[in-house]
Design a protein around this ligand. Structure first.
Ligand SMILES: CCCCCCCC/C=C\CCCCCCCC(=O)N[C@@H](CO[C@@H]1OC[C@@H](O)[C@H](O)[C@H]1O)[C@H](O)/C=C/CCCCCCCCCCCCC
Ligand SMILES: O=c1ccn([C@@H]2O[C@H](COP(=O)(O)OP(=O)(O)O)[C@@H](O)[C@H]2O)c(=O)[nH]1
Length: 399
């Protein structure tokens, strides 16, 4: 040990830093490989018949409409599950999603569905406030929080309930997207099937809390142990803190086999960047220790630091290293995307490459914007977070 320390301290600082970067990149490469194996092992498995079909209350927080809202919501009326209720939530009487919800409720009178208007002021997180009345009225032991842009396959609820073991309190779907042809939605799908899926899958596999709440099922009894949903009203990333508090109390988190199908009808490349930027701001506030790691784990920055480090330590041509690194990274991402998607590839290899380059090259700009402009604009409000993730500024709406 002491000889290792004296060896390291004898190195030139640039060599030492290069060795650290090389170790980091080796770790990242391992992450790529683990993600691919885990995706193949875990995702798109046949849905099992359940011993017991525990009742599920599905909470649908809505704000306004997008061109796909009606079709997305319609999929929830077609779910193949014997015991569930749909609880739609809107902030106010003027919300233009109300007629859409009412139309569907009329069309499917046999489905147990209710609309909650007005929310409840339990904190500064508008999504939590919006869901509170429905949460209080929910009648089943399992709660599914399902964001407005999600489509549900008719067997997806059975899949999620199937992963809710006795000691499990949180089951999430890997965030992914429904197939769409336009550039913006394809960009979103490519990102969720590669960079995001890599961390999300390996994080879950290694039991890191990284719960994203767009389609997450929670045992109500366990959430009540944590103080109930209202307890999370002061955090903008309520989904992450659900995971933190539940695991603190010894509950397990699991991944469903079917990915979440986001299908918002108004996604553009710009709105995708803005969303990625908002999420980065959330992570930076909640987990400041990943500030340095986050940009280093994107392809372009990683390729540059790897090739320079290799050159410093071994003298190998940086262009050659960068080329091999890029080939490995791209083929790993392509393969991961295929596994997360599960069916025939929805886009050509060339289009995938263009989308991939677009996302990877601009990733640093998104990160820079997140650092430079910490205010978080989300739907109708603007928020500022304290270190740790608590909201410190009251939003300018929904008061
Ligand atoms: C040598 C290897 C080093 C690896 C280092 C990895 C460093 C991590 C870097 C990047 C993280 C990538 C992204 C992970 C997924 C997070 C997505 C996210 O930010 N989601 C947030 C937003 O969700 C919406 O928020 C509002 C809510 O109402 C909506 O419904 C939500 O959908 C979400 O709030 C936060 C989730 C948790 C973030 C935790 C990130 C921790 C990542 C650590 C994982 C480490 C795995 C390392 C394995 C070795
Ligand atoms: O003021 C708000 C903002 C969001 N939401 C709901 O929170 C969920 C997630 O919102 P969004 O899709 O904007 O979040 P993202 O996934 O982009 O973080 C959606 O169901 C929204 O309807 C809400 O109820 N009130």
């Amino acid at each position: 040990m002491s000889s290792l320390v004296s060896f390291l301290s004898s190195l030139h600082p640039s060599t030492l830093i290069s060795i650290i970067f090389l170790l980091f990149t080796t770790g990242l490469s391992l992450l790529h490989i683990l993600a691919q194996f885990y995706a193949r092992y875990k995702l798109h498995k046949p849905i099992r018949v359940l011993k017991e079909y525990v009742g599920v209350s599905i909470l649908k927080p809505l704000v306004g409409i997008d061109p796909n809202l009606e079709n997305n919501l319609r999929t929830f009326f077609h779910i193949d599950y014997p015991k569930y209720e749909l609880l739609f939530c809107v902030h106010d009487n003027e919300d233009i999603s109300i007629p859409v919800v009412k139309k569907l409720m009329k069309e499917f009178p046999l489905i147990d569905a209710q609309l909650f208007i007005g929310g409840e002021d339990v904190g500064l997180n508008p999504k939590v406030n919006n869901m509170m009345p429905a949460y209080r009225k929910s009648k089943y032991p399992l709660i599914l929080i399902s964001d407005s842009g999600i489509r549900m396959r008719n067997d997806a609820l059975t899949d999620m309930v199937g992963w809710m073991g006795e000691n499990t309190a949180l089951v999430t779907q890997v965030p992914f997207c429904y197939d769409r042809e336009e550039w913006g939605p394809s960009l979103e799908q490519m990102y969720f099937g590669t960079s995001h899926a890599r961390i999300y899958l390996v994080g879950n596999m290694l039991n890191f809390v990284c719960s994203t709440g767009m389609s997450s099922m929670i045992k109500k009894k366990a959430l009540e142990e944590c103080g109930g949903m209202g307890k999370f009203g002061d955090f903008l990333a309520e989904d992450y803190f659900f995971g933190v508090e539940l695991t603190k109390r010894g509950w397990g988190c699991a991944l469903a086999s079917l990915p979440a199908l986001q299908n918002n009808g108004s996604v553009t490349a710009e709105s995708f960047d803005a969303r990625a930027c908002r999420w980065t701001k959330l992570r930076l506030a909640m987990l400041p220790h990943i500030i340095i790691v986050e940009p280093l784990q994107d392809w372009l920055v990683n390729s540059i630091i790897l090739s320079l480090s290799m050159w410093t330590v071994t003298g190998v041509n940086p262009l050659l290293v960068s080329l091999i690194h890029t080939l490995f990274w791209f083929t790993s991402d392509y393969s991961l995307f295929k596994s997360v998607h599960g069916g025939p590839m929805p886009i050509t290899l060339t289009r995938f490459l263009l989308l991939w380059l677009r996302r990877e090259i601009l990733a640093s700009r998104v990160y820079k914007n997140a650092i430079c402009y910490p205010d978080i604009s989300w739907r109708k409000g603007t928020y500022r977070l304290d270190w740790g993730g608590r909201i410190k500024t009251r939003p300018n709406n929904h008061d």
